[in-house]
Design a binder for this molecule. Structure first.
Ligand code: AQP
Length: 329
């Protein structure tokens, strides 16, 4: 009863990468013991850029199956699909009315993504407001996300504080939780950019659902440098990223990895890294196949989850509507 609330979500905007896994999903699992957790598949966020409806449906169930295969337990956590709980959109509308336009226009994700589209939509701009609604609906204390979402957490806190001071204490102010290592896994091809599931170059990312062979090949082809020095340094961002991935999938620290490979070539390191990632993902990949083929089970999980989430969301939305001056039905 007195456990604090954890909330997070992942967009079904494609197939999940090891960036999504290391930065977010992997950390969701351990939090289930000490917190009351809600883990959402944020399909409404995904449509802030174009999605093929057929692919969106498939990706949504893929992400749900990956959540379960990675170790999210519907007996411990509320696992649901965002569009099944209409209160997210309703609270987002209210929060839009107290959010500064300038602040939204300054968001890095908005600036980056809007560069890719000639016709930028309001949904992309308002993405962080919907994210604030997701989090604030449930009195969330902690939000496990990768580094790229930190700015959106800041705006969520601002919106919550603004609402609380205008309408009286309502929302818990959430804290961000990022992993010490791997909060920003970089592209395998351009290590100055983050690994993203929507990258047009398939060699830039490793998908959780890539074959073992593709996983090994992509690691072999990953960009390093020509210095030949096995160091963990910002001047060698490709190698640094690969060391981070190695450490995230093994028990070895960065220093231990550097010690181990100092006198060996990049080739041997990459060879071993391929095995470390393949072995690290094998149990998840095997469980995924089983779970993904069980449509009835998936449906039960998302329906139960939506019911539990709706109950909590409704309580908060009623409180918010009352505070802003809407007449109860
Ligand atoms: N490269 C990354 N390293 C560490 N964490 C990452 N995350 C995403 N990329 C990395 C974290 O994964 C969670 C889910 O992300 P999301 O799907 O909601 O949105 P995103 O951050 O925009 O992820 P992508 O893969 O880049 O998706 P697209 O290409 O669709 O925009 C978040 O916690 C995120 O921080």
């Amino acid at each position: 009863m007195d456990k604090k609330i954890v909330y997070s979500g992942i967009q079904p905007s494609g197939s999940l990468t090891i960036g999504n896994y290391i930065g977010a999903l992997k950390n969701f699992i351990g939090l289930q013991e000490d917190y009351n957790c809600l883990y959402c598949i944020v399909d409404m966020h995904a449509i802030t850029v174009d999605q093929e409806p057929k692919n969106l449906r498939k990706n949504t169930l893929d992400v749900l199956a990956l959540y379960l295969a990675a170790g999210l337990d519907p007996e411990k956590s509320i696992i649901y699909i965002q569009s099944h709980v209409h209160q997210h959109a309703e609270l987002a509308w209210v929060l839009n009315t107290i959010t500064g336009l300038g602040q939204l226009q300054r968001m890095t994700q908005f600036k980056d993504k809007s560069k890719k589209y000639s016709d930028v939509r309001a949904g992309l701009l308002n993405y962080p407001v919907l994210m604030a609604a997701d989090i604030l609906l449930y009195n969330t204390s902690l939000v496990p996300v990768g580094e790229d979402q930190k700015q959106h957490l800041e705006i969520t806190r601002d919106i919550a504080q603004r609402f609380n001071s205008r309408y009286s204490e309502t929302f818990t102010i959430p804290e961000v939780f990022t992993p010490k290592l791997g909060a920003r896994i970089m592209s395998l091809k351009e290590p100055e950019f983050k690994m993203s599931k929507s990258d047009t170059n398939k060699d830039a990312y490793i998908l959780l659902l890539d074959s073992e062979d593709a996983t090994r090949k992509k690691i072999k082809r990953a960009v390093t440098d020509s210095t030949g020095n096995f160091r963990y340094s910002d001047e060698q961002p490709g190698l640094k990223n690969l060391i981070n991935i190695y450490s995230s999938f093994s028990d070895l620290s960065v220093d231990e990895i550097v010690d181990k490979y100092q006198n060996l070539g990049y080739g041997e390191f990459k060879e071993d890294l391929g095995e470390v990632v393949v072995e690290g993902l094998r149990p998840l990949r095997e469980r995924y196949k089983e779970i993904r083929s069980d449509k009835e089970y998936l449906e039960k999980v998302y329906k139960d989850g939506a019911e539990k989430a709706s109950y909590l969301a409704n309580k908060m939305l009623r409180k918010v509507y009352k505070k802003v001056g809407f007449i109860p039905r």
